[in-house]
Design a binder for this molecule. Sequence first.
Ligand code: FES
Ligand code: FES
Length: 155
Amino acid sequence: MGEKFTLNVDGLTHTVMADPDTPLLYVLRDDLGMNNPHFGCGLAQCGACTVHLDGQPIPSCITTISAVGQAKITTLAGLGTPEKPHPLQAAYIEEQVPQCGYCIDGWLMTAAAFLRDNRKPTDAQIRSALEGLKCRCGTHVAILRAVKRAAAMMG
Ligand code: FES
Ligand code: FES
């Protein structure tokens, strides 16, 4: 049965019943029916499950629902809209980055927080900010192009 939790996800309020130790990722996907973020490693080692908690990227696979508190949750779906995409979303399309797309939440949510605080980053700073994220399709070079394109749009 679990406990009652109220979550703010992408600007909408949801109430769910869950065990306090349930990973936020499971609640987002299984209880709220979201198609993203994704389950990759389940160990905070790939980034596929990344969401923002009050603007900071976190691995939702190891973040329990009880640790969320009142923080606002933003997923990739809440970063922009088809009509008004986030510059990173627009740049991803323009640079034709995605292959399977499984890793996309990690790169975009991490880069979004980074570019918000670093409007004119160097290549080295971008690489450092994205260190540890995985893309099994090998799109890393295209990802870097997209992040630099988005930085130029935002700067
Ligand atoms: S699934 Fe969370 S970091 Fe890999
Ligand atoms: S596009 Fe397939 S894992 Fe990155």
